[in-house]
Design a protein around this ligand. Structure first.
Ligand SMILES: [Zn+2]
Length: 244
């Protein structure tokens, strides 16, 4: 646990619990006042069977979105709990920049719900590795926190070190979809011993263009993973949110 994590952990013990979305006092850690809860955009069917993007109309359980039909992703299926918007981005930023941990159990519950059918078929949970530019400034990986919380929630084993970064790459922020894809190509490597023959659930905070998930999935496939699922707390739904 880094010093920041220790401070956040102590704060959770000493201070009365605050809403995950405001300064309002709440009954228990990880709670959200009903007015803001009602504004969260949970992703529900109809969804693209592959990437979990919301579809305009229900075309059956196997329906895929346009981008997945044009170019199927390397991973098998992805699901996210929330649409990435002004409200859910507060949760993500508090987690990844603020090191706020009191929402983890709640986030894991939402992700377990959104990715339930995937988790039922999962052998091993693996977090996306922390971006190298952030590693120096921060001692924690929010994807690993989410993966650990999801493992505790579901009873599935997890392997925090199974996937790692092997190449230094600039941040994805502000890059287009194709730039993002090029940027993360070959950036990851997975442990054969950990993942070979397994159905792996990759966990990250946000699915943006999917470039990072694709690169991680490629590394997992190369190491012999049988199936690759992806579960995230949020996913970008509108193209204009990609640069967030
Ligand atoms: Zn899709």
């Amino acid at each position: 646990m880094g010093s920041r994590g220790a401070v956040a952990w102590l704060a959770d013990l000493v201070w009365p619990p605050r809403s995950l979305l405001s300064d309002a006092l709440v009954a228990a850690p990880g709670a959200i006042e009903p007015e803001l809860w009602a504004k969260l955009s949970f992703l529900t069917a109809p969804l693209c069977a592959r990437c979990g993007r919301p579809l305009p109309q229900d075309e059956g359980e196997a329906a895929a979105c346009g981008p997945c039909i044009a170019e199927p992703p390397v991973y098998d299926r992805a699901r996210a709990a929330l649409a990435y918007d002004d409200l859910s981005s507060r949760l993500v930023l508090d987690l990844k920049r603020g090191g706020r941990r009191d929402g983890l159990a709640v986030f894991a519950a939402w992700m377990a719900q959104a990715a339930g059918p995937l988790i039922a078929e999962t052998d091993l949970i693996v977090p996306a590795p922390l971006h190298w530019t952030r590693l120096a400034a921060r001692k924690f990986n929010q994807a690993a926190w989410l993966a650990g919380a999801l493992a505790r929630r579901t009873g599935k084993p997890w392997a925090p070190e199974a996937l790692r970064r092997v190449k230094r790459r600039p941040s994805q922020a502000g890059l287009s979809a194709s730039e993002r894809r090029r940027n993360v190509q070959g950036a990851f490597a997975a442990s054969k011993r950990a993942v070979a023959g397994k159905r792996v659930l990759l966990v990250d905070d946000v699915l943006t263009t999917g470039a990072t998930a694709e690169a991680c999935a490629r590394a997992l496939k190369k190491a012999g993973a049988a199936t690759i699922f992806v579960a995230t707390l949020a996913r970008v739904v509108r193209a204009e949110d990609v640069s967030l």
